[in-house]
Design a protein around this ligand. Sequence first.
Ligand SMILES: Cc1cc2nc3c(=O)[nH]c(=O)nc-3n(C[C@H](O)[C@H](O)[C@H](O)COP(=O)(O)OP(=O)(O)OC[C@H]3O[C@@H](n4cnc5c(N)ncnc54)[C@H](O)[C@@H]3O)c2cc1C
Length: 549
Amino acid sequence: MKWWGWGDEDVAFTHDDKPDLGPFLQRHLEIDVSRVSSPRAAFDELRMPEPILPAALRGELEAAAGAEHVSTDRLDRLVHARGKSLRDIVRHRRGALGRLPDVVVRPADEEAVAAVLRAAIDADAVVIPFGGGSNISGSLEPPASESRTIVSLDAGQLDRVLAIDETARLARVQAGVSGPRLEEQLNARGWTLGHFPDSFSYSTLGGWIATRSSGMQSDKYGDVADLTRAVRVVMPGGVLATRPVPATSTGPSVREMVLGSEGRLGVITEATIHVHRLPVRRTILGYLVPNWSAALAAMHEIAAGEAAASVTRVSDANETAFSFATRKAPSPLDRVKSKALAEFLVRRRDFDLDAMCLAFIGYEGSERHVRRQRRLVGRIVARHGGLCIGADPGVLYDQKKFDTPYIRDYLLDRGALADVSETAAPWSLLPVVYDNVIGAAERCFGALGVPGYIMCHLSHSYHSGACLYFTFAIKPSGGREPLDEYGAVKSAIQQAFVDSGATLSHHHAVGTEHAEWLEQDISAPGTDLLRTLFDGVDPGGHLNPGKIV
Ligand SMILES: Cc1cc2nc3c(=O)[nH]c(=O)nc-3n(C[C@H](O)[C@H](O)[C@H](O)COP(=O)(O)OP(=O)(O)OC[C@H]3O[C@@H](n4cnc5c(N)ncnc54)[C@H](O)[C@@H]3O)c2cc1C
């Protein structure tokens, strides 16, 4: 993982094969894509303070995890310092590293995790559990003023599927396992978890649980909160173990307290999770719908009816335009087909091409199930004026989804700041939330006097509502601190969420980025309850202090 951006060192986003992207970015953000204007600091020139690691504590950590798993290496400390939020990456690129962890420890089993935690607490050190480092809510960064030793506890060695109960369709899995390593082990035995966040390649089961993550196929499989049946957590007072029962009435759910706990209650070492047989057939189809209100209505009808899609995702007109701008150079045949489709949509279906919305709807299961679902959904989309454009766009979307995150670094290189904010609200409120957020962001672009772009898609549909996922970008004015200008837009969007009755985040957790809005989301007694929980479990404030509340 890059220390200054997303993903693999050898992978980068490029406009070279996307002829429409340069003009699109020039038009909306006034960016000249041919100029790399914001170089990043060189690793060798980064100034890092010496680690605060008393010899006695180092000795204890080495005894607990093995000397070869205790590291004060510069790159290790840097990579474990923050997640991948825009603020994290911008500051890393500038060489503004903040308070780094002093030591990275990689225990290999639960016993070693417990010994590390004990040693750290006895020495009055701080422990920050680390999964893949992919969070975007400031969930990992130590407080700037922390003077105690900071231990980053990397769960990466806990990466095995321990057992599969094929009758109950449950797997016992160590929590440090990454997405690809988990699916590889499950797939080898014919199973899948079905949890595919866009950060899949670099995030872990423990991180998903600790941030209440959601994957693109949550419509079928559920969010990680639904998929997690039981947890084992090494806490200061001992090992918390819940049982993998399908349901229970044992008071407020302790399992739920661990979900979203962001390392504040302890280290999740193991979870028992739902697994599903690998589907016989899996397909994602593309659809075009005439406008956003028809798109919302169609998604609502799909969720409320008998259809059981695995993915329901529809982009607004701005995101649709962006998707088309990132298409690879079309072949002459593709060009003819696109022209014919555009003419058909305008002349025969009365579409306004600037308002049209692109949807992806996925189906999984037996051939018969998929055929029936496609028919049901096709009828609903048609009732809202839309039509299916086949499997090709869905195949492309599926292939591109883990590469898209690289675009943020590409934009940063060219002086633009891009980020996301996502929420969930009841179906009845979604149109208002959408309008309020777009209005708030556009007013903010105007007040700052910067070119800006905001786009949205609906994904993750539920019985009572859905997630709205906004992506926004600005080209900073050059006259002020760029992160302040970015912060003004991000705050305006977050405030519009809570003011409109939506949550501060559907699946990116609270961390420090969203903590400001938590009381407005869950009320003052709600945040008091959380404080009491964290203080009760960890009175010395040793576990990832400063996150959530
Ligand atoms: C490009 C990109 C795309 C993304 N797409 C999605 C998406 O589609 N869906 C989604 O839900 N999220 C997404 N995210 C956000 C991020 O991937 C999730 O928040 C993810 O769940 C974090 O997992 P991680 O293993 O990287 O955790 P980390 O970032 O390492 O940690 C996150 C928090 O969990 C705690 N933690 C980690 N492991 C443990 C453990 N074993 N025990 C206790 N606490 C622990 C940490 O202390 C920290 O507070 C995306 C992020 C990026 C950068």
